[in-house]
Design a protein around this ligand. Structure first.
Ligand code: HEC
Length: 149
């Protein structure tokens, strides 16, 4: 058992070493793609929550996907990824604890939404969906350059 564990640890540490080779610019592209995916699920959900469409099972699908995509936002902002084509404010790294809190808030809000969707209670779903929107917006207001988004 112990041998297996150290093999796993070695493999994990190997991965961590590789991480140093990643370019900040690539993290910028990565997180923008991730944020767009999150916005895609939010936008699709908004159509369902507002009662415009009701495809069977899709609300669950989007809520779960959004919760997974939002589960570790802070890891998409490694130190040094604050230059180039990015809307990330340098406050992210200056006020890392606050940024981390904003990320945790989104993690919790999206997890709550996913759990609430399973309850099928429309009023609660709408409220939880609103909280998710506020968690996105709250972080953007403090840490993203273009506020009009
Ligand atoms: C903890 C902070 C934080 C949270 C929470 C957050 N975002 Fe972002 N978001 C950012 C930052 C910072 C950027 C700018 C990233 C960059 O340009 O490098 C961004 C960028 C974006 C973009 C623009 C991507 C692009 O193409 O440039 C979209 C869309 C977006 N976020 C949607 C969302 C949605 C939807 C949510 C909620 C489900 C969300 N964000 C939650 C911090 C956050």
């Amino acid at each position: 058992m112990k041998a297996t564990l150290s093999l796993i640890l070695a493999a994990t540490l190997g991965g961590a070493t590789l991480a140093h080779a990643q370019e900040p610019e690539d993290f910028i592209k990565y997180r923008e793609a991730m944020m767009k995916a999150m916005a895609g699920h939010s936008g699709a959900m908004s159509q369902i929550v507002r009662g415009k469409v009701s495809p069977e099972g899709h609300l669950q699908m989007h809520a779960k996907s959004l919760a997974e995509l939002s589960s570790d936002i802070a890891s998409m902002f490694p130190e040094g990824s604050d230059f180039g084509e990015t809307e990330a404010k340098e406050e992210i790294w200056k006020e890392w604890d606050k940024f981390q809190q904003a990320a945790d808030k989104a993690k919790q809000a999206t997890a709550t939404l996913a759990a609430t969707v399973d309850s099928g209670d429309e009023a609660k779903i709408a409220a939880a969906f609103k909280d998710v929107g506020q968690a996105c917006k709250g972080c953007h207001e403090d840490f993203r350059k273009e506020e009009e988004h």
